[in-house]
Design a protein around this ligand. Structure first.
Ligand code: GLU
Length: 355
């Protein structure tokens, strides 16, 4: 062999020796895709101690690069699906997100992380919990402090979310929210406090587990049917039937109910007082709406607890449905999906008992 050829053979062998173990290690890591939608986790402000900032400013590749050692947890790549504060999360983005997740999980991807603002994160999580057709882990995360803030919580939340998505024990637990070292189910997670980092809580049903510096421990499986057991689908669907939420209070006026029906609502969720109660006048308006085929669901403005079926309100008499333990915003998600098909009041009530 000529000496020039010998040198090139030796160099190729050396390159293989250097890069082969790296590639083999990458092959062994679970494949996780981060779908970025925006939110405070991608937010930026002028000052590290000021409260003013704008959501959805930083792109996903920069966010991944800002988290030390995250690439050691998974063979990771990011996709930017949207970049909005979650107050602007829409049904259009939900459908796009669900279709992309189903496509990725039907292939060789082992888990999904979604970065998302916290304002409506529990709604997106619950929607995906009903629409994702896979038992592979789907994890939402976000942050309460923007990326430019002192003690930004986004990087560690993202690290822990990837650790959960890459963990084989996470399979079959439905869609999850991972924030502030905790793993919560899409069914039970509620945003409980406006700005501190412990915003997501699961007061009645408890945590699914914890994720602390990437160490994942599970305690429970979630309540309710989800993912592979869910009957809902948005295949070929572009929009969902309109469902509005009406907030209850003392001396509540019934006026909004006929106004919403006139505006095209197919369903109305009433965030009632106490056990899903409302003024006599509102109950009468609800009965009138249900007699016209509009679905009225009784939920509660109280953050914790179950709205009892036939409690102070006889649901059969008024034609109403109880949200059971779904809060008004999640009851709306379930009702929008349920209304894609004709269902009787009893069938709708069964959905609220089972999901
Ligand atoms: N409005 C922001 C959002 O939901 C704030 C909440 C957050 O991301 O923490 O995107």
């Amino acid at each position: 062999m000529k000496s020039k050829n010998r040198i090139s053979v030796i160099m190729t062998a050396m390159l293989l020796l250097v890069f082969l173990p790296y590639n083999m290690a990458q092959d062994k890591l679970p494949k996780v895709v981060i779908l970025a939608t925006g939110g405070t986790i991608a937010g930026a402000g002028e000052s590290s101690t000021g409260s003013a900032y704008t959501s959805g400013q930083v792109k996903i590749d920069h966010m991944i690069d800002a988290v030390p050692n995250i690439r050691k947890l998974a063979d990771l790549r990011g996709e930017q699906l949207s970049n909005v504060g979650s107050q602007d999360m829409s049904i259009k983005i939900w459908i796009k997100l669900a279709n992309r997740i189903n496509e990725l999980l039907a292939g060789d991807v082992d888990g999904i992380v979604i970065t998302h603002g916290t304002d409506t994160q529990e709604e997106t999580a619950f929607f995906l919990n009903l629409i994702v057709k896979s038992d592979k882990p789907v994890v939402l995360t976000g942050s309460m402090r923007p990326s430019t803030a002192l003690s930004a919580d986004g990087p560690l939340n993202m690290y822990n979310a990837v650790a959960v998505a890459a963990n084989p024990d996470s399979k079959g637990r439905g869609v999850m929210i991972v924030m502030n070292d905790e793993i919560l189910s899409a069914h039970a997670a509620k945003k409980m406090i406006t700005t501190p980092v412990q915003t997501f809580q699961s007061p009645q049903k408890g945590l699914l587990g914890t994720a602390i510096f990437g160490q994942v421990t599970f305690f429970h499986y979630p309540f309710g049917l989800h993912t592979t057991k869910s009957e809902f689908s948005v295949d070929g669907v572009k929009k969902l039937p309109r469902v509005d939420i009406v907030y209850g209070c003392a001396d509540m006026s019934p006026d909004l109910i006929p106004m919403l029906v006139k505006a095209g609502a197919k369903g109305i969720v009433i965030a009632g007082v106490g056990d899903g109660n409302m003024t006599e006048a509102t109950l009468k308006a609800a009965k009138k709406a249900t007699s016209k085929g509009i679905v009225v669901v009784r939920a509660s403005r109280v953050p914790i607890g179950t709205v009892l079926l036939h409690g102070e309100v006889n649901d059969a008499e008024y034609g109403t449905v109880s949200s059971m333990d779904l809060n008004p915003q999640k009851a709306r998600v379930l009702l929008m999906l349920a209304l894609l098909k004709d269902r009787s009041r009893e069938e709708l009530q069964d959905l609220f008992l089972n999901y």
